[in-house]
Design a protein around this ligand. Structure first.
Ligand code: B12
Length: 226
């Protein structure tokens, strides 16, 4: 039964059927499947199928849009519960996230935001197509310890580098740990542009944010012993 329903959720995303994706997600939750299992094994793989079809000319922009809406419809069912879990967790830290300028892919970034919230982070989501200066201003305003930058296009990855440079120029690079992500991004890219962290998916993003925070705490502890 769990595998069947996950396969149906996957198909509803591929077919771009938002109502069906939401109903099946509700059904899967009712059957006791964990939200993360539904996302990682049901909703998300559907997007990959559509992406591959798009690459080889078998799907077009409208299919991507509909598949995106279907995945988001499923995520909306799970979001309130995930947020409640975050309220029950101890406060982990503050994070600012957004998709960089020129890039309107929002689903992966939003999923990272939801998972960080579910893990006790206070998340400021700046949305998509976010100008470089807006990230810098939000870090100043919130004193967030974590900045998460999403880029889904090879042409917008470079903006992540510009944001790291802008943080340095603004004198705030030392106060924030920058993590980058998105399909074309890798750990070696993160290292090349001087970012502090990288994760392949939303679950990894939470682990990475916690690892980076632990680094800040131990650095502060070491400084206070000097
Ligand atoms: C849906 C989609 C769209 C939708 C987006 C709808 C929306 N509301 O977001 C629309 C139709 C708008 C779209 C437009 C375009 N798209 Co598009 N799109 C996709 C598609 C199929 C799925 C993306 C997605 O949502 N995946 C599901 C989520 C959950 O996964 P994710 O985004 O990868 O995020 C996860 C990780 O990457 C990571 N992560 C993401 N962000 C972050 C941030 C941090 C800090 C961390 C740690 C981790 C992290 O965690 C996430 C959760 O697990 C991908 C193909 C694919 N397989 O990725 C193409 C894809 C990204 N698109 C592509 C292209 C080319 C375009 C267009 C240029 C097409 C066109 N000719 O107009 C435009 C660009 C518009 C723009 N300026 O941004 C290409 C990119 C190629 C490249 N390498 O540059 C892809 C790869 C398709 C392909 N195979 O060719 N697209």
């Amino acid at each position: 039964m769990p595998d069947d329903i996950l396969a149906l959720i996957n198909a509803s995303v591929v077919d771009g059927k938002a109502q069906e994706a939401a109903d099946l997600t509700r059904q899967a939750r009712g059957a006791g499947l964990e939200p993360l299992v539904i996302i990682e094994q049901g909703l998300r793989p559907g997007m990959d199928v559509v992406g591959e079809r798009f690459s080889c000319g078998e799907a077009f922009i409208p299919h991507l849009v509909l598949a995106g809406r279907a995945m988001q419809a499923g995520m909306r069912v799970l979001e309130p519960e995930l947020k409640r879990r975050g309220e029950g967790a101890s406060r982990a830290g503050t994070a600012v996230i957004g998709t960089v300028k020129g890039d309107i892919h929002e689903i992966g970034k939003s999923l990272v935001g939801i998972m960080l919230t579910a893990s006790g982070f206070e998340v400021h989501d700046l949305g998509v197509d976010v100008p470089v200066e807006a990230f810098v201003a939000k870090i100043r305003e919130t004193n967030a310890q974590i900045l998460g930058l999403s880029a889904l296009l090879t042409t917008t990855m470079v903006v992540q580098r510009r944001i790291v440079e802008a943080l340095t120029a603004a004198g705030v690079r030392g106060q924030v740990q920058v993590m980058v992500g998105g399909a074309p991004v890798s750990r070696s890219w993160a290292e090349e542009i001087g970012a502090d962290g990288y994760a392949e998916d939303a679950r990894g993003a939470v682990q990475e944010a916690k690892r980076l925070l632990a680094g800040i705490s131990s650095a502060n502890a070491a400084a206070s012993h000097l």
